[in-house]
Ligand binder design. Sequence first.
Ligand code: PAF
Length: 280
Amino acid sequence: MTVINTISELRECLAQHRKEGHSIGLVPTMGALHEGHASLVRRSVKENDVTVVSIFLNPTQFNDPKDLERYPRTLDADCRILEQCGADIAFAPTVKEIYPEPDTRQFSYPPTDTVMEGAMRPGHFNGVCQIVSKLFSYVEPDRGYFGEKDYQQIAVIRRMADDLGFRLQIVPCPVVRQSDGLALSSRNALLSPEERKTAANIYRILNESRSLGLSVQQTHDWVVKEINAIPGLEVQYFSIVDGDSLADVTSWDETASIVGCITVFCGTTPIRLIDHIRYK
Ligand code: PAF
C-alpha cells in the first residue's frame, strides 16, 4: 500500500491507473479505523481494481471544538488495518493541503441536511459536503463507500453528488455491530468498558421496538422512555422518518421505507452515539 500526503501525487498516481482502465473505489474516513471501516475497504477491494482510503480528520464538520480535540488519532494503526484489508492507497493529507484557504462554499439540501443531525449540529453537513466533494474531485472514483451507521450522511452525500454532477455510484454498506448489538464507531474508543455495556441497550431497545405493534408516536415515546430509564443514557432525539427523504412520518402506511434515527448521550463525558433501526 502506498501512503500519499499530497493532492498532486494522488492525482498523478490515479491518472496512471485510469490510463490502464482500472476502476477506482474510494472509502472516505476520518481515521480511528475499526471493523466497520474495514468492511467498507474489503468491499471496495472486491469491487474495484484500485481502492483509495482517505484518512482526514476534517475540521470543518466539527461544530464543537472539544469534539474535534478528543477525536482519536491513530494513523499508524490505521495504516496497518488498511494493509491487511488490501487497500492500495492511503491518502492522508494535512489540513493545510486540503484547506490552503478557508472553504467558503455553502451546501444546502433541505430537509435532508436540516433535520436531526443537521438541526443538532449546525454546519456539520456543510463541512461533510465540503470535504467529500473535494475528495470526489481529486479521486474521481467509480464508487464511493459509506457506512449506513451515518444514515443521514449518506442521504446528504447522495444529494450533493447529484447536485454537483459527480457520476460515481454511492454504495451504502450495512452497520457492523459488536456481538451485543452496539454499532461500531470510532467514538466507542472514548467509552469506558462499563459505558460500552450500557450503550448496547440502545440497539436492544430499538430492535425490541420493531415488534411492539404500537403506532408511530407510541413507538417513539416507548423508545425514548426505555432508553432514558437506563442510568448513563440520555436520548437527544429519536425521529421516525421516511427512509429516503428523512421527512417525519406519522403512520406506518405512509411510505414504503421507514427508519428510526437516534442520538443518545452516553456516560459521564458524555459521548454522543448515533444509531438507527429500519422498521420497513
Ligand atoms: O463519516 C465520516 O467518517 C466522515 O463524515 C467522512 C465521510 C469521512 C467525511 O469526513
